[in-house]
Design a protein around this ligand. Structure first.
Ligand code: AMP
Length: 283
């Protein structure tokens, strides 16, 4: 595995791989790798001859009061995990090489990015889309694998790829969970052991929603009410949002209609840690 820090060098390598007709997959992360990230790498390896893993804690997608400075950066451990997982190139650029002097162009995302994570975190999706576009262009990937854990992010990226005619196939990968249902996340390490126990309420809320959908309960207000009471049964939990949306448009759904697909979206504070999770719902 080769470690590259310079975007220009990475792009040159990618171009030479393309000239050798290599099929390139990219997995983009902010590091602090866990099973969720490794599942994306495994999927990328199944699909492509060359896998580029990017690790970049993107300053442009953190708000002033967010955790940019305390975000975990265990680079040596990440590099060892990436190597063991079969990554070919680990691209970990310096922020000054990504956002050099004079940098000023941003992707401007639309409607789909204005709600939920977008309304709670101004600038987040523009910053995310900008770095994803840069990483696509630098890695010259044919395929990019993203987790369904960040469902709105995935939808925004698919929209950008379509809107800009970007020649990269986007593959969504299922959410990886711990044995007790908590979705693996780099932010889980912020949880105290007591909070970690209580954090399972997100998954318990998801299970409750799925149960109700299976029982053909179609009133989304009723489902959200039940999910909220499950989540709020944990003293450390405070719901930021809990909503059921149409999977394509991210607009709120009043009723679950047969044949349509919906997403239950959750953002919940557990103490001072904000966790997100989601699940597909259908009746
Ligand atoms: P992050 O490092 O948190 O920015 O995540 C990098 C990529 O890993 C994104 O595409 C995430 O959706 C994906 N990811 C993070 N956690 C999980 C998980 N538990 N299961 C599947 N994919 C995940």
């Amino acid at each position: 595995m080769q470690i590259i820090n310079d975007p220009v060098q990475m792009q040159k390598i990618a171009e030479s791989l393309r000239l050798k007709h290599q099929f390139i997959a990219v997995v983009m992360t902010m590091g602090a790798l866990h099973e969720g990230h490794l599942s994306l790498i495994r999927l990328a390896k199944q699909k492509a001859g060359t896998v580029i893993l990017t690790i970049f804690v993107n300053p442009k997608q953190f708000g002033p009061n967010e955790d940019f400075h305390r975000y975990p950066r265990p680079f040596e451990k990440d590099a060892a995990m990436a190597k063991a997982a079969g990554v070919d190139y680990l691209f970990a650029p310096d922020a000054e090489l990504m956002y050099f002097e004079g940098f000023q162009t941003q992707v401007s995302t639309g409607n789909i990015a204005s709600c939920f994570e977008g309304s709670q975190r101004p600038g987040y999706f523009n910053g995310m889309a900008t770095v994803v576009l840069k990483l696509m262009l630098i890695s010259k990937a044919h395929l990019a694998v993203f987790g369904e854990k960040d469902a709105q992010q995935l939808a925004v990226i698919k929209r950008m790829v379509k809107d800009f005619n970007i020649d990269v196939k986007i593959l969504g990968a299922p959410i990886i969970r711990e044995d007790d249902g908590l979705a693996t996340s780099s932010r889980n390490i912020y949880l105290s052991s007591e909070e970690r126990k209580q954090a399972t309420v997100l998954y318990r809320g998801i299970c409750r929603a799925k149960e109700l959908a299976e029982q053909k309960v179609t009133d989304t207000e009723k489902i959200i009410e039940d999910v909220s009471s499950v989540i709020e049964s944990a003293p450390a939990a405070k719901i930021d949002y809990a909503s059921i949306v149409d999977v394509k448009t991210f607009s709120k759904a009043d009723m679950l209609k047969t044949g349509n697909e919906y997403l239950l979206l959750l953002a919940v504070w557990i103490g001072s840690t904000r966790l997100i999770d989601n699940a597909k719902l259908a009746v």
